[in-house]
Design a protein around this ligand. Structure first.
Ligand code: NAD
Length: 246
């Protein structure tokens, strides 16, 4: 029995990594998926094809989430063609790591504009399309809870997402819309591929479960938060980190 049959999901940054895995995991449970991407149309179309092979419907829509007008154009298209969004996964994010001493204003602003202002843009504009009982799932990070050397901009954005999640959960509870965040630890994706080998070794050593996460370890939890099984969870941050943060 598929848990998300007939549901419509929007996943931001869904052309690769955790977003791609999330789009596919939701589709396996029967959801039809809007695959948002910012520049790689080819990869996004591949995800659409993968979803169709699973037996669900999908459409790729371009929008830079840090650009309010681009997001508005995407949401207008969704409104015209699909009418509603039951599951919003705010996944897209970037990092530009540098110590604060060496960080430029541009590096600070780009990360905040994408990771934090992007969540405002997408959620603000999608919310009117979300019926009672919908789900919002935001991708934070354990770095937003504990900080990390060289990631003041990224950590601030991911901590901001937690505050956003908890506040919005309070605002939307009466509509039975749940709002939760996931805090991944170390996941094997493009964002972490430049982490030097020795650091990967240290991280593996520090992770009680002794492995970096595959994107599916995160997307499985997205599916749970998108489903009826999580009906009484809202305003929570679920750490999916193999124990890295304990
Ligand atoms: P990734 O770099 O593989 O994927 C990020 C996706 O976001 C890409 O598809 C990218 O094109 C998209 N994106 C970036 N800027 C965008 C914009 N302005 N508009 C639309 N899309 C945009 O990285 P990932 O690891 O899959 O990251 C997914 C999310 O998980 C991010 O929010 C990231 O911060 C978070 N996260 C990742 C890890 C990890 O270890 N990989 C850990 C904690 C949190």
């Amino acid at each position: 029995m598929q848990m998300l049959k007939e549901k419509i999901a929007l996943v931001t940054g869904a052309s690769r990594g955790i977003g791609r895995a999330t789009a596919l995991s939701l589709a396996k449970e029967g959801a039809n998926v809007v695959v948002n991407y910012s520049n790689n149309a080819k990869k996004a179309e591949e995800v659409v094809k993968d979803i169709e092979r699973i037996g669900s419907k999908a459409i790729a829509l371009k929008a830079d989430i840090s650009n309010f007008n681009e997001v508005k154009a995407m949401v207008d298209t969704i409104k015209k063609s699909l009418k509603r969004v039951d599951i919003l996964v705010n996944n897209a994010g970037i990092n530009m790591d540098r110590t604060l001493k060496n960080m430029s204003l541009d590096e600070w602003s780009k990360v905040i504009n994408t990771n934090l202002n992007g969540i405002f843009n997408v959620t603000k504009l999608v919310l009117p399309l979300m019926p009672e009982g919908s789900r919002i799932i935001n991708m934070s990070s354990i770095v937003g809870q504990y900080g990390n050397f060289g990631q003041c901009n990224y950590a601030a954005s991911k901590a901001g997402i937690i505050g956003f999640t908890k506040s919005l959960a309070k605002e939307l509870g009466k509509k039975r819309i749940t709002v939760n965040a996931i805090a991944p630890g170390f996941v094997k994706t493009d964002i972490t591929k430049n982490v030097p080998f020795f650091r990967k070794k240290i991280i593996s050593y520090m992770i009680p479960l002794k492995e970096a996460a595959m994107p599916e370890y995160i997307s499985d939890v997205v599916v749970f938060l998108a489903s009826e099984k999580s009906r009484y969870i809202t305003g929570s941050v679920i750490n999916v980190d193999g124990g890295l943060s304990i």
